[in-house]
Design a protein around this ligand. Structure first.
Ligand code: CUA
Length: 335
């Protein structure tokens, strides 16, 4: 027993920064509460009815006083604003280039995790310490919220849109994962664990296909969703062929559809003249609602895959299309 714990453990690079801001706000609040409270009590006693304290020289106004009680709070307010905005921008801005990319699907009522190498987990997330981790998240049904208090991160997980959150875990250990958005009767049970492993342990875990679980306990909330032998990209490639995407999307821009090679990250011009960056969101939308954005020079003839593919499979396709470099060549497929 260590007595009362005021805040969750600090286990990411954001944690200490968020806590510092939090304690600054607490300190400012306590300081002014005590100052103003003490003055109220002091003046109430000193100038109570019937007291003999001198009331001579009382003024209606004092400009210096008015300026200082305007400027001091303004300054403190602006300090908090700039500080918090910077912190927010770093935590919710784009992740570093070298971030480890992992996909998360929220569904009533569990967290499903897909690692690029094919490992899948339910209600568990294994990550290495000391390396930025980028989570691309989507919901299969209602709004959920991915919340790891020890990392001081919380991000809504929305249906129909990828949301990204990133963090760098600092301390190996086991940390609570919560859903922080009421999402139905079993919302409170939509919980899990994040296992932060030493980099060497993480490599072992990856190599064992998720079997080696140094911190997991028998009573842990998670279950392995199974390991497919194929990586996310390979599963996507298989699906791509099965769905015959390559019948219209070849190695180069074809008559019926533009190529997917070298597409990811490119700026694409649409029929209506707008320019869109081909990111995960754009690729997902084009699979499910191909008519929402039609590439310049093409007819809106692609069928929609909405309702035919679950988010897991969409992620596989996105991972595959992302991996297609423009220099890679494939055999043209005749439709
Ligand atoms: Cu999912 Cu609450």
């Amino acid at each position: 027993m260590k007595g009362v714990q005021l805040l969750p453990e600090q286990a990411s690079t954001f944690a200490s920064q968020v806590d510092l801001l939090f304690w600054f706000l607490v300190a400012v609040t306590v300081f002014f509460t005590v100052l103003i409270g003490a003055l109220v009590v002091y003046f109430a006693l000193r100038y109570r009815r019937g007291s003999t304290a001198s009331r001579a020289g009382a003024k209606e106004t004092d400009l210096r006083l008015e300026i200082s009680w305007s400027l001091i709070p303004l300054t403190i307010g602006l300090i908090v604003f700039v500080w918090a905005a910077k912190l927010y921008a770093s935590a919710y801005g784009p992740p570093p280039e070298n971030a480890l990319e992992i996909f998360v699907i929220g569904k009533q009522w569990m967290w499903h995790v897909q690692h690029p190498n094919g490992i899948r987990e339910n209600n568990e997330l294994h990550i290495p310490a000391g390396r930025p981790v980028k989570l691309t998240m989507i919901s299969q049904d209602v709004i959920h919220s991915f919340f790891v208090p020890a990392f001081r991160i919380k991000r809504d997980v929305l249906p129909g849109k990828y949301n990204v959150v990133w963090f760098t875990a600092t301390k190996p250990g086991k940390y609570h994962l919560f859903c922080a958005e009421y999402c139905g009767t079993q919302h409170s049970r939509m919980i899990g664990w994040v296992y932060v492993l030493e980099p060497a342990d993480y490599e072992k875990w990856l190599a064992s296909g998720g079997e080696a679980r140094p911190y997991a306990t028998a009573s842990g909330a998670g279950t392995m969703a199974g390991v497919s032998t194929a990586s996310l990209k390979e599963a996507g490639e298989k699906l791509y062929t099965q769905l015959r995407c390559n019948a219209c999307h070849g190695a180069t821009d074809g008559q019926r559809g533009p190529t997917h090679y070298g597409l990811f990250g490119k700026k694409v011009k649409m029929r209506d003249g707008t320019v869109v960056t081909a990111d995960e969101e754009y690729i997902r939308e084009s699979i499910l609602r191909p008519l929402a954005k039609v590439v310049d020079g093409y007819e809106p003839i692609m069928p929609s895959y909405e309702g035919l593919l679950n988010e897991e499979r969409v992620l596989q396709l996105v991972a595959y299309i992302k991996s297609l470099e423009s220099s890679t060549k494939v055999a043209e497929v005749k439709p």
